[in-house]
Design a protein around this ligand. Structure first.
Ligand SMILES: [Zn+2]
Ligand SMILES: [Zn+2]
Length: 299
């Protein structure tokens, strides 16, 4: 599969902290890759219980791994101040129930995402026809909820502030899911983008394994609203981030990343939107019946 917007290896950010198996990208920010998806830890090392937050909650069965990494990083088995969610897809909430039971801390998500986290709604079915990779082909098998963590669940504050994280704002970046959010720290231009865009071709098992750096639109098989997804990527590119951590793929930094992000934003329809699929924009589908009619005329 061709890369969407290739990025030089030099743009990959972070140093590996072996005892945590994390990549540290700033003094108070690290992420851990759990097979196909990242979780992020925000807070200074050895800062102790209640002084950090977890962003997203990985795959089912990974609660122990997340806890161990957190205990090592923060020097305390105690809980974070909160769990923040970029969105509620299964690979971002897999360990959420276990962690919430263990830690008993609030879980914050956008109000539009709450129905998928409180047992009320399931996401629309994934589209296995897009992206051309095995991860996409398997997408119809992925769990799509609903899960129910309503005991701990709260909406993100309407004023854009982020609970327990001074200096951060949340930004509504829908498209990949209705209540998708990204987290932004202006002071050092750090962006936690979730799946608004990612840095690997998530549809392809090969790319997910090798993690060849690239800027890539949101995972195709799960994105139902491409118009909103494009506007979200454009909004994030306009922030001119210095450092990005996404839901899938390596963290990236600097001008090469920014340049690639702008190329992705500017050419989004050609680069990131599948040519056809269940959720492709109307402009493509308008043409489809005409082509079908023509080919049946010929037949
Ligand atoms: Zn997702
Ligand atoms: Zn994801």
């Amino acid at each position: 599969m061709a890369q969407q917007v290739p990025v030089d290896e030099d743009a990959v950010a972070g140093v590996v902290i072996p005892e945590e198996a994390t990549h540290e990208v700033a003094a108070d920010l690290a992420y851990r890759r759990l097979a196909i998806v990242n979780v992020a830890f925000v807070g200074g090392r050895l800062t102790g219980a209640g002084n950090w937050v977890l962003v997203d909650a990985g795959l089912r069965g990974s609660a122990g791994i997340i806890c161990n990494a957190a205990t090592t990083r923060f020097g305390d088995e105690g809980p974070p101040a909160a769990i923040l969610l970029t969105h509620g897809h299964f690979d971002h909430v897999g360990a959420l129930h276990s962690l919430a039971e263990r830690w008993n801390v609030p879980i914050y998500a956008h109000s539009l995402e709450l129905p998928y986290l409180s047992g009320q709604a399931s996401y629309p079915p994934a589209d296995p026809t897009v992206g051309g990779g095995i991860m996409a082909a398997m997408a119809s098998l992925y769990p799509r909820g609903p899960i129910d963590v309503s005991r701990w669940l709260r909406p993100l504050p309407a004023d854009g502030s982020v609970p327990a994280l001074d200096g951060w704002r949340w930004l509504h970046t829908p498209g990949h899911s209705p209540g998708h959010v990204s987290f932004w720290r202006e002071s050092d231009r750090t962006l936690l983008a979730g799946d608004a865009f990612v840095t690997t071709a998530q549809e392809s098992a090969y790319a997910v394994m090798t993690q060849a750096p690239e800027l890539h639109g949101p995972p195709m098989y799960y994105t139902p609203d491409w118009e909103a997804a494009r506007e979200s990527v454009r909004r994030l590119a306009a922030l001119e981030p210095e450092l990005v951590v996404t839901g899938h793929g390596p963290a990236m930094q600097g001008p090469a990343m920014r340049d690639a992000l702008h190329r992705l934003a500017d050419g989004f329809d050609e680069i990131a939107v599948p040519k056809h699929g269940h959720y492709v924009p109307p402009r493509v589908q308008v043409d489809a019946p005409r082509r079908a009619a023509q080919s049946s005329d010929l037949a």
